[in-house]
Design a protein around this ligand. Structure first.
Ligand SMILES: C[S@@+](CC[C@H](N)C(=O)[O-])C[C@H]1O[C@@H](n2cnc3c(N)ncnc32)[C@H](O)[C@@H]1O
Length: 217
């Protein structure tokens, strides 16, 4: 099953369900992420990949923004949220999308684990990033910490119950822990060939990392 089919079903209740099941931690991480990025670049053209309901674009607020997501339902919600912004939607997969121009930064917040093929997704997106541009990622990544193991237990056993109550999609949430493919920071960093890693930081709780890379050239 393509991951996007799961998100199509959840789109309408996605924002509420995410806030509740993550206890607001995702939004806390987003704030830290935006602050980190803005140390390097504060405006220009942005491509937000796996843009879902548009919260990343809303938080970044760059002068020109492309939102890339294959989910029709997610894009509908993002369009409503970003009515007054200079945004263009690309309804496609990271692995195959065509972007009309090269951008200054690509943001991928809780995004790359959803790619059906991590390597193809990053390789395709790289074509649309200017030399000297930034690839900024936040992802849930594996570690040996007890907190990571507990959070995986929470994801597989508790999230389906809470998410199911909020969205009515218990079975869909049951598939969630399989989507969290337990990727490591190194697996992501290894795909960033031709980039300098300028920020690599474990977030708290230590179940996710920020990786910011600058494209050489
Ligand atoms: C966890 S949400 C992303 C959260 C979002 N970036 C944010 O800032 O809140 C995952 C999104 O990935 C999208 N997705 C699934 N497969 C994808 C792919 N191959 N390429 C790009 N996006 C994909 C889904 O449609 C969904 O909207």
């Amino acid at each position: 099953m393509k991951n996007v089919e799961i998100y199509e079903k959840l789109a309408k209740k996605y924002d509420t369900a995410t806030k509740v099941v993550s206890f607001g931690i995702e939004e806390f991480w987003r704030k830290i992420f935006v602050k980190e990025i803005k140390k390097y670049i504060s405006n220009g053209t942005l491509l937000d990949v796996a843009s879902a309901t548009g919260d990343m674009a809303k938080a970044m607020d760059f002068e020109k923004m492309y939102l890339l997501d294959p989910s029709i339902e997610m894009n509908k919600i993002a369009k409503e949220k970003l009515q007054n912004k200079n945004v263009k939607f690309i309804e496609d997969f990271a692995e195959s999308a065509k972007v009309p121009e090269q951008v200054d930064i690509i943001t991928a917040f809780m995004a790359v684990r959803n790619f059906d093929n991590l390597s193809e997704g990053i390789k395709n997106l790289d074509k649309y990033l200017k030399n000297g541009g930034y690839f900024a990622i936040v992802e849930l990544t594996k570690s040996d910490s007890i907190l990571f193991k507990l959070s995986m237990f929470y994801m597989s056993k508790i999230v389906p119950i809470i998410g199911g109550i909020i969205t009515g999609e218990y079975q869909t949430y049951k598939k969630f822990d399989k989507m969290i493919k337990n990727i490591t920071d190194d697996e992501i960093i290894n795909q960033l060939d031709g980039y300098e890693i300028i920020k690599h930081k474990r977030l708290f709780p230590p179940i996710a990392s920020i990786i910011i890379a600058r494209k050489n050239g």
